[in-house]
Design a protein around this ligand. Structure first.
Ligand SMILES: Nc1ncnc2c1ncn2[C@@H]1O[C@H](COP(=O)(O)OP(=O)(O)OP(=O)(O)O)[C@@H](O)[C@H]1O
Ligand SMILES: [Mg+2]
Length: 306
């Protein structure tokens, strides 16, 4: 049995809900020097000042396939997600973008008829991530398309994840609540009403509250599924600003239908498309290459709609 405390990469091989512990040689497959001139291997704790953030791989996804019952939803999607960068996932409705996001933090486990195969490797250490979805989600936050605050007070929405993860000291909680609200630019707007219902906030405020809730456990990765689709341009601008700010310290995967938004905030862009009724990855590249020199005909066609 490998001592995973020593292994610098967490790796869950997904097959239904079966999980396998990671092995050092699997780490070796992605823990390469981030450039030829540099032999620093990536870990979350260890930064390499001579390398650019886009050279670090945070998540390596190999041959992910997702089925709902007999229906194949996505097939053989492989891509590397770079650390402290924004990766936008775009593509027509129904091509499996949300399912793909859910596969990354195992929300797919919540659907009994959903089967996921393939592998997802995270750069960080500790085998604990391989054991419990709740622990994985502690480090992989998610923001959904529609704001989904709990029907509690603003404060309780933020206390809830902290208490769920064993943080009960009132002072620590109040410091974290204020920080999370400040980080999303909501503190000044709600500081006098934190004990009022979260449902009394506007849609844009609710989405920022949900973002604060996703951030309060200080995840390393943030998954965002069309976070601005229900927001007006001003609220959208605020969220986009936050995405760019957040990506300085965490890895963001953003599903969006808004091509201009992808161009504005993303460092890397992936196009998913449904062919033969199954979602597939069509093209993946840096934002400049993707928009400036698209290679695939489907990408060129899709960009014409933007
Ligand atoms: N719980 C589920 N049970 C059965 N099929 C599902 C389930 N969730 C999603 N699907 C199917 O998976 C396919 C992909 O859906 P998904 O929501 O991932 O697409 P999407 O690219 O996010 O679309 P949109 O852009 O409209 O949000 C669709 O055909 C959908 O009907
Ligand atoms: Mg979706």
């Amino acid at each position: 049995m490998v001592d995973n405390k020593q292994c610098p990469v967490s790796d869950f091989e997904i097959s239904g809900i079966e999980l396998e512990a990671s092995l050092p040689n699997q780490y070796a497959s992605i823990a390469e020097p981030c450039s030829e001139d540099c032999d620093t291997k990536f870990t979350i704790e260890e930064d390499c000042s001579s390398c650019k953030p886009e050279q670090y791989c945070c998540i390596e996804i190999n041959n992910i396939c997702i089925n709902f019952g007999k229906a194949k939803i996505i097939e053989d999607v492989s891509l590397k997600i770079y650390r402290n960068a924004v990766t936008a996932i775009i593509g027509p409705s129904g091509c499996g973008k949300s399912s793909f996001l859910c596969g990354i933090n195992k929300l797919t486990d919540l659907f009994p008829n959903c089967q996921v195969n393939g592998s997802v490797k995270f750069e960080w250490d500790h085998s604990i991530y391989t054991q419990k979805a709740s622990l994985l989600r502690r480090h992989v936050g998610m923001l959904f398309q529609k704001p989904n605050p709990f029907p509690f007070s603003i404060r309780k929405n933020l206390e809830f994840p902290l208490r769920e993860h064993g943080i009960s000291d009132p002072y620590e909680i109040s410091v974290k609540v204020e920080k999370a609200l400040s980080d999303v630019g909501l503190w000044d707007e709600v500081k006098d009403r934190v004990d009022e219902s979260a449902l009394s906030l506007s849609g844009g405020q609710q989405q920022r509250l949900c973002l604060a809730r996703a951030l309060i456990l200080e995840p390393s990765v943030l998954l965002m599924d069309e976070p601005c689709s229900a927001l007006d341009p001003m609220a959208t601008k605020k969220i986009e600003g936050l995405i760019q700010e957040l990506s300085k310290k965490m890895t963001v995967i953003l599903v969006t239908h808004n091509l201009s938004q992808a161009k504005r905030v993303a460092d890397h862009v992936a196009l998913f498309w449904k062919t033969d009724n199954i979602g597939r990855l069509i093209e993946y590249g840096s934002v400049d290459d993707f928009f400036g020199q698209p290679k695939h005909e489907l990408t060129k066609t899709y960009l014409e709609f933007g």
